[in-house]
Design a protein around this ligand. Sequence first.
Ligand SMILES: [Zn+2]
Length: 547
Amino acid sequence: MMTLVLAAMMMAQAPDWILVNGNIYTVNPRQPKAQALAVRGDRLVAVGSNEQVRALAGPNTRVVDAGGRTVLPGLIDAHVHMLGLGESLASLDLREVASPEAAAELVRREAARRQPGEWIQGRSWDQNKWPGKEFPTHAPLTAAAPNNPVYLTRVDGHAGWVNRKAMELAGITASTADPSGGRLIRDSAGQPTGVLIDRAQGLVGSKIPPLTPQQLKEALERAARECARLGLTGVHDAGAGMNVITAYKELIEEKRFPLRTYAMIGGAGGTLDEYLKRGPEIGYGGGRLTVRSIKMMVDGALGSRGAALLEPYSDEPGNRGLIMLSAGEFERVCDRALDRGFQVNTHAIGDRANRLVLDVYEAALLARKEFLRNHRFRIEHAQILASEDIPRLARLGVIASMQATHATSDMPWAEARVGPTRVKGAYAWQSVLKSGARLANGSDFPVESPNPLWGLYAAITRQDHKGNPPNGWFPDQRLSREEALRSFTLDAAYAAFEENEKGSLEVGKLADFVMLSRDVMTLPPADILKTEVLRTVLGGETVYEKR
Ligand SMILES: [Zn+2]
């Protein structure tokens, strides 16, 4: 009898499946490497050697042989825009097209699949890659899609290329004036040719109907599947409205969402007020969605010189960038957030913006000593920090949420913007870590690629994909592989109060992990870019497998 009960208990406790022969990096400092792990339900029930884990297997336990492949905790991107990714995945990618005619051919094929009148959108064309390097005209697009409005944005987002149908819907004619801050490209007769510069893009952009709730869900699902394919098991969505949060919940209920989302509430409006009233929402749908943070924004970006600097731009004397939020309004949000148990995550790029955020956080936190320990307020980007402000992060317990690929995208021009002294505090990951602050990594996709392996590569090399500059851009600020991996796993989890649930492979934590084709922790950095995700496991369930 006793034996039977024991056997029954053993059966009930046997793992659902085990993974053996793995080259497992756990990100658990007490047990950095392992060969095998065991999964029951959505949790890890053992992490250890092949022998230890095989011994736990029952008659119904499935065995997956990793064949020596590398396994990492599921990667977490701490700053993303899910809807943006979902929309960009559904639009035509024109990055590689070699001529306006080649772009028009893609549009023609798309039009054949669409109803007349449906919008066709695309992105990332660049006339500098085409013969003649001239702006295109509407003519090839008009011929390709006479009955569908077409709107294609340039690679930098500062120009739109449209067809005749789109111009008709927008009422654009020879008599249309250039809007302030924008320009219509015209032919010698004054006729708009179909390229709209900067603010003029709004003439057409404003005519594109907003996504229906159905399309919104499809976009988020598409983005989530892309994340799973790339080895991401978690994302922090930097600015979600109630429509997006509702769509997340429906997708989770419908089992169409192979990802965990930590949604930051978009800074203003009804969604924020409603959540401040009802309080945080933690671990919805078996830990697939948490809403307990607020996204704020205090300045612009460095590329367009909108980032707020303490001293003028080195390449534009007189311009110190823009602060977009009053300190008073910002303080009120921080106060309400602390009162209601919400984290505040604030976009700050320039050193003036970062100082303002630290000042406001400090004032709000000092007024409430009991919250100082576990508020986990964050600065999103923290791109340019005055050297005297860096130690304040650790002192106040503020997390730096930075994006490795921003550094490698911006490095060709960043020093021109800020000069040789301030650039030392730019994308200063190692200075931030050495100061004792916590660093969460991410991509800001779709601004950068969502591929977290590209992020790891950028973090450890500070080089572009061709290996330039040779030793890396300000190589002292590179992260070690261990630091980089931690920033995309355990510390990204910490930045969401989730380090006890995920971010490392330990007994009791969620069974979120990825299997890779190569060992990214030892191979030459350039080979990280050639590494493939073979399998993504979320809560014990394989949500992506390479075929
Ligand atoms: Zn962002």
